[in-house]
Design a binder for this molecule. Structure first.
Ligand code: F6P
Length: 328
């Protein structure tokens, strides 16, 4: 390895996700393994602007592999979007002798990192951390698997009430622009319909499907809706619409919200975070930068940050067909 880099800064930015701590731990310990210093940067890019840094060694990340959230805290920094903010951040990094950055987060985090690199030629490596799983170049982002398990567990509980009261539940799950959580958790929880931004089910087809469901003898139903769905009505309007058109249905709404982002990471997310952390640091030490580390066909891979930002993470359309078949 060509070890020109002596000190790496690590930060988490944007929405937190389970597995971020496991990734921080991996980055810190990989640095220690290669005799590189590691600096934790608090509150994402905002902490970079404010010089909120802390030296981290292998023992500062004890007992965090199992913790949700991020010990480095997270923020969406408006100031970093300004040239003045990025200048301050750069000055602080230079002052602290930080040579490279590992940024853990989603699209916005990578966009900030890439811009910073283009202005200051500062080596940046990204680790995808978001429950939405909406990043091009990796099959999995940190926290997605945990969020899926959380959502399935909660819908299982909601199903108890749905079934006891013969009700229809609309369950809204996270996914601002993507339906990965809705689609996979929907199938895992046996939802009758799944509404996602990538496939426009349409109001008429939804009503048809619910009618068919009743006629087939089902007494209760679960419809999972991604928050970014584009059916044209929010989940509460949808409830009113269905009740107005299908009075035989007693409808309730459950918006799962931020509970989906919390909790102990699954084993999958812990292992993923550990693998990606090692690869991020070792890539920087090899002189590679401006890439995102990810997972494809169970192999750790690298995707240029620019592509990770621009590319679209597609949903697997076959899953929609599977869902249709198994809810007959
Ligand atoms: O990007 C992850 C995400 O959880 C989205 O699914 C959701 O729309 C958003 O973050 C919520 O962000 P905030 O916590 O800032 O309200």
């Amino acid at each position: 390895m060509t070890q020109k880099i002596k000190k790496i800064g690590v930060l988490t930015s944007g929405g937190d996700s389970p597995g971020m701590n496991a990734a921080i731990r991996s980055v810190v310990r990989t640095c220690a393994f290669h005799n590189i210093e590691c600096i934790g940067i608090y509150r994402g890019y905002q902490g970079m602007i404010e010089g909120d840094f802390k030296e981290m060694g292998p023992r500062s990340v004890n007992n965090i592999i199992n913790k949700g959230g991020t010990i480095l805290k997270s923020a969406r920094s408006a100031e970093f979007r300004t040239p003045e903010g990025r200048k301050k951040a750069h000055e602080n990094l230079v002052k602290a002798n930080i040579d490279a950055l590992v940024v853990i987060g989603g699209d916005g985090t990578f966009t900030g990192g890439l811009l910073f690199n283009s202005e200051y030629n500062f080596p940046v490596m990204g680790i995808p951390g978001t429950i939405d799983n909406d990043i091009f170049g990796t099959s999995y982002t940190l926290g997605y698997d945990t969020a899926l398990n959380t959502v399935v567990e909660v819908i299982d509980k909601i199903r108890d009430t749905a079934s006891s009261h013969n009700r229809l539940f609309f369950v809204e799950v996270m996914g601002r622009d993507a339906g990965h959580i809705a689609l996979n958790a929907g199938i895992g929880a046996g939802a009758e319909e799944i509404l996602i931004p990538e496939a426009d089910l349409g109001l008429d087809r939804l009503l048809e499907s619910l009618k068919k469901s009743k006629a087939s003898g089902k007494s209760s139903s679960i419809v999972v809706i991604a928050e970014g769905d584009k059916i044209g009505k929010n989940v509460f309007e949808l409830k009113d619409y269905v009740e107005a058109n299908l009075p035989e249905y007693d409808v309730r709404v459950s918006v799962l919200g931020h509970m989906q982002r919390g909790g102990a990471p699954s084993c999958f997310d812990r292992v993923l975070a550990s693998r990606l952390g090692v690869k991020a640091v070792e890539s920087l030490l090899d002189g590679v930068s401006n890439f995102m580390v990810g997972l494809s066909n169970d192999k750790v891979n690298l995707t240029p940050l620019a592509q990770a930002i621009k590319g679209k993470s597609e949903i697997d359309k076959e899953l929609l067909r599977v869902s249709d078949i198994i809810t007959t």
